[in-house]
Design a binder for this molecule. Structure first.
Ligand SMILES: [Zn+2]
Ligand SMILES: [Zn+2]
Length: 454
């Protein structure tokens, strides 16, 4: 059902004959030649770090169920996840005793009823506490709900908004060509808590399609739990020209124990969950993005200059890259770029860089007849959402459920309610024709239906 890669231990050098190939004779599995566990490709001499495939699969399942599960509408037997399953057809099938519309799935004959949302008042109150940026304790007090009920309605709210946004996105995503943009960020909370988050937007509009975090409830081995105090996040060097800036970024990568060793400094544990290493989350995140690109004839992916993101982006899009249907670009924003560089080899990997007015980019895939050149007009879109999240997410949060639900709620609120130059990203993306206020978004989300019959 899910067209998602399972084995990430293979060569990741695009120009190598083993690129993306599973079980090549040229591989040395679990090699320690360079002092860390890796898979060695003898054909190109590369040693990408060893990936625990089972770990990725377990986390993927958890994130898939949270970000894409169909919990409100449709036949759950045939259509468990947005984007990853074909939509089921249904026919009207009378009413329940309570007067709710029943539907019968044409595929499996399963009868189900439309969800009726009860206690609208409570859900509305919870939303108001989020708009007011209250900390959880004050929020619970303000609503007069018990803690248990507050969390219950918070989850309902998150589910409702996610469902609404996924329905809308689904209508819009069937494009022939699609451009995505991805960056990773660290979100800091009080008491040295925090998490790593990967953000992906549709690149033309800045509409945030997916925001995953490295928080997990999946049981982990000690070695897989993030516990580093080291910080290897690539920092801007503020060099005087774009080429030095690119070089500096590569140099910082070379100082790592291995290129994909992305560490995010000391982060204290959050209740009821663990943090995984960012370079594991990237494989999960990019696997989930396959849901969006599945139907595109061509897609471009713009990613930040970060080796671990590069590896995951290349692996996830491997079939499309091979078929010449996907182009992956690095980009590096550079304020007031004055210089022009063209096809300049920079860094240990000899990536070829080109300048544009907002920085520079490099095509990582090897597409000779590239009909879809680099076309990025706004490099600040993900920063804008990150800044929004940083100011709207209450810093005293300390549990898996609140952080993940609130992150998802904010993704939707940002897309539909937040205006930049009189337009929301949802309007730019084509899923809204006006800027919503939060309450009208909620009431539309509660009643929004897609046409499911014939
Ligand atoms: Zn190779
Ligand atoms: Zn069904």
């Amino acid at each position: 059902m899910f067209d998602i890669r399972k084995d990430f231990n293979c060569c990741k050098t695009v120009s190598c004959k083993n690129f993306g190939v599973e079980n090549s004779e040229d591989y040395v599995y679990q090699s320690k030649r360079l002092g860390y566990l890796s898979i060695e490709c003898k054909a190109c001499g590369s040693n990408p770090p060893w990936i625990n495939n089972q770990l990725i699969e377990n986390i993927l399942k958890e994130k898939l169920d949270f970000h894409f599960a169909r919990k409100i509408t449709h036949c759950r037997h045939c259509y468990s996840h947005f984007f990853f399953n074909e939509k089921n057809r249904s026919q009207l099938h009378g009413f329940t005793v309570a007067g709710t519309q029943r539907l019968k799935c044409k595929n499996c004959q399963h009868v189900y009823s439309e969800t009726k949302h009860k206690n609208v008042e409570a859900i509305t109150q919870v939303l108001q506490t989020i708009i007011d940026k209250l900390d959880i304790n004050s929020a619970i007090r303000k609503t007069g709900l018990s803690a248990r009920l507050y969390y219950f309605y918070l989850e309902k709210l998150s589910l409702l908004l996610t469902n609404f946004s996924r329905l809308k996105e689904q209508e819009e995503i069937n494009r022939d060509s699609l451009s995505l943009q991805t960056e990773g960020k660290v979100v800091h909370l009080n008491h040295k808590r925090g998490f790593y988050t990967l953000l992906t937007a549709e690149a033309d509009s800045g509409y945030i399609l997916l925001q995953t975090t490295n928080l997990t409830k999946v049981e982990l081995l000690e070695q897989d739990i993030y516990n580093s105090t080291e910080n290897t996040v690539i920092k801007d060097a503020f060099a005087n020209n774009i080429e030095s800036e690119i070089k500096n970024h590569y140099q910082q990568t070379l100082h790592r124990k291995h290129f994909e060793k992305l560490l995010i400094g000391e982060l204290k544990a959050i209740n009821h969950c663990n943090l995984i290493y960012p370079n594991k989350l990237v494989y999960v995140h990019f696997s989930l993005l396959r849901g969006f690109i599945k139907k595109a004839q061509h897609y471009s992916h713009y990613i930040e200059l970060e080796s671990s993101i590069r590896a995951a982006a290349l692996m996830s899009a491997h079939p499309e890259i091979k078929a010449g249907k996907a182009d992956i670009f690095y980009y590096l924003p550079f304020l007031n770029n004055q210089e022009i560089i063209k096809n300049r080899k920079v860094g240990w990997w000899s990536d070829r860089w080109h300048s544009f007015d907002k920085g520079a980019y490099s095509l990582l895939t090897d597409n000779k007849q590239n009909q879809y050149p680099f076309k990025m007009t706004d490099t600040e879109q993900l920063n804008r959402y990150y800044d929004y999240l940083d100011t709207h997410l209450n810093k005293s949060l300390n549990s898996f459920n609140t952080i993940t639900n609130l992150s998802e709620i904010h993704r939707v609120l940002f897309n539909f309610c937040y205006a930049q130059d009189d337009k929301s990203t949802a309007m730019q993306f084509g899923v809204a024709n006006h800027i919503y206020d939060e309450m009208s978004l909620l009431s539309e989300a509660m009643t929004y239906k897609e046409y499911t019959g014939e």
